[in-house]
Design a protein around this ligand. Structure first.
Ligand code: FES
Length: 85
């Protein structure tokens, strides 16, 4: 199930948070999805800001996979970002 900005923060269901602790956020760097969500909950509003606090984005894929996840979490259109990179 994809996460959306509406599923983060106080409205995020407990089972979603548990799953986010298990799901990969950045496969290349071994960072779980919950770390990306926590970065956004703590004020990160761009991929660069999330990357700065989670150490994602400079793995072998160059941030394409985790960039799409962050875009989705931020409510951006990950397809647009993916096609332009
Ligand atoms: S999945 Fe994050 S750098 Fe590749």
């Amino acid at each position: 199930m994809p996460f959306s900005p509406n599923s983060t923060g106080p409205t995020m269901k407990p089972d979603e948070k548990i799953m986010a602790r298990l799901k990969p956020g950045c496969i290349c760097k071994g960072v779980k999805l919950i770390k990306l969500i926590e970065a956004i909950e703590n004020g990160a509003t761009t991929f660069e800001e999330v990357a700065a606090v989670t150490n994602i984005g400079d793995g072998s894929c160059g941030g394409k996979r985790c960039g799409r996840k962050v875009a989705e979490l931020l409510g951006e259109d990950p397809i647009d970002d993916y096609l332009t990179t």
